[in-house]
Design a protein around this ligand. Structure first.
Ligand code: PBG
Length: 325
């Protein structure tokens, strides 16, 4: 189809930086990024996560400062996770209208209005004493009872002014249940970003320190996906779309680029990828030791996620990467 060497020489277009720029196929933009923030109770709190350099649990006053900073850097979207003081069996602090994420959302919207997109994580694991993402019955996470609590939680987020709700629990049917409660309460215009293909992954470990959400017994394999499965990921995504998801997500990102690519080829709606905590920490740790160039590995990873087909990238690197774009 193409002429061979010596007519064709692919190195001709790689000869200098200008030529390489001209034919570059994938470019990161600041509005690709969503920056995760861990919101803690209290005041003037800023606690670094030991396994995630430069990532903090922040009290609301400091969250507002963080928003200022990210807006200056040109990032427009944040994803809020709650670190409540109070946890119980049913995760009630997660759907308390006065909960930490709800209050943070109100304050952010008061101060920044439409300048910033506030996305809220809808899940119970940060709020339950046992650390699982739902209601426990006989040692098992009860799907349908959990749906009711997630729906309540999503509603309180919308009432607080969240622009998008993002359920990360992996219960069956949660998207339609959340869509239903939002619509019944006049929030027909609030989109749902579904963590659709979320795998039971060891890459979440540093997050669980950040969000203090590690399960106290067992694991999440009865609700999160087996990392060996790709067809099933397509089913999860298709179901979430049928149930009303506006954006679907693949998580983690780097070990799952094939899933992102497959989803891209199959579905037309926006796809988000979560560049998770372990992916962040590994790069940071290796860079600290001088084993890799952290900045270059970061940019290479982010470009790879976009090249695979992600429209949006949730990443702890957002601020650092935005400075380099
Ligand atoms: C929990 C949740 C997790 C992450 C986002 N939401 C952890 C888990 O499922 O245990 C992980 C994010 C990361 O590792 O950066 N609902």
């Amino acid at each position: 189809m193409y002429p061979n060497f010596p007519i064709t020489r692919l190195r001709r277009l790689r000869r200098n930086a200008l030529l390489r720029e001209m034919i570059c196929e994938t470019r990161l933009a600041k509005d690709d990024f969503i920056f995760p923030i861990f919101v803690a109770e209290g005041n003037q709190k800023k606690r670094e996560i030991s396994s995630m350099p430069n990532v903090y649990q922040l009290s609301i006053d400091n969250v507002l400062r963080e928003c200022d900073e990210i807006l200056k850097l040109g990032i427009r979207a944040i994803l809020l996770f709650g670190v409540p003081d109070f946890k119980d069996e049913l995760g009630t602090s997660g759907y308390d209208p006065n909960g930490v994420v709800q209050r943070a959302t109100i304050e952010i919207k008061k101060r920044f209005s439409d300048e910033i997109i506030v996305i809220t994580d809808v899940c119970l694991c940060e709020y339950t004493s046992h650390g699982h993402c739902g209601v426990i019955e006989n040692g098992y996470v009860h799907n349908d009872k959990t749906l009711e609590l997630l729906a309540k939680q999503a509603l309180t987020h919308a009432e607080a002014g969240a622009d998008i709700v993002a359920p990360s629990d992996m219960m069956d049917g949660r998207i339609s249940r959340i869509r239903q409660i939002l619509d019944e309460n006049g929030f027909t215009e609030i989109p749902i970003m579904a963590y659709s293909a979320k795998f039971a992954s060891a890459f979440y470990a540093p997050f669980r320190e950040a969000a203090e959400s590690a399960p106290k017994f067992g694991d999440r394999k009865s609700y999160q996906m087996d990392f060996a499965n790709s067809n099933e990921a397509m089913r999860e995504i298709a179901l979430d779309i049928q149930e009303g998801a506006d954006i679907v997500m693949v998580k983690p990102a780097l070990a799952y680029l094939d899933i992102i690519r497959r989803a891209r080829e199959r579905f037309d709606l926006p796809i988000a990828a979560y560049n998770v905590s372990g992916e962040y920490s590994m790069i940071k740790a290796a860079a600290e030791r001088g084993w890799i160039d952290g900045e270059r590995v970061m940019m290479e990873s982010l470009v790879a996620i976009k090249r695979a087909g992600a429209d949006l990238i949730i990443t702890y690197f957002a601020k650092e990467a935005a400075r380099l774009i």
